[in-house]
Design a protein around this ligand. Sequence first.
Ligand code: ZN
Length: 125
Amino acid sequence: MSFALECPNCGKRPVSEFRFGGEHQEAPSGELSAQEWSAQLYLRRNADGPHVEWWFHRFGCRSWFMAQRDTHDNRVLATWWPEEAAPGTEAVAGHGAAAGLPQQEVTHAPLASETPGAVEIGPGD
Ligand SMILES: [Zn+2]
């Protein structure tokens, strides 16, 4: 089945450009028994409905991001960077940095009007 995913960096692209990274799981807290570790590592919800997943834009910007996808009809409801909070939830400051995830840098070329010291040089100067 084909559907489109919206990379937070590149925009909407066909799913064939991406690699599925599995369901998102919260990191365990506290001491876990062997059975709890086994469940953490191997059991997945595989829900029929919306859930949060990891995706990698392998034929694009080569970045990992999060997507909320409804597995019933493959509708992608939202995408966001791992270091950001999911849309509709409160921001978690520094979450991505603490997890060792790569930080995205947003750069843009300054407009001529923003460039300090820019002067117009006309003929005759
Ligand atoms: Zn991308």
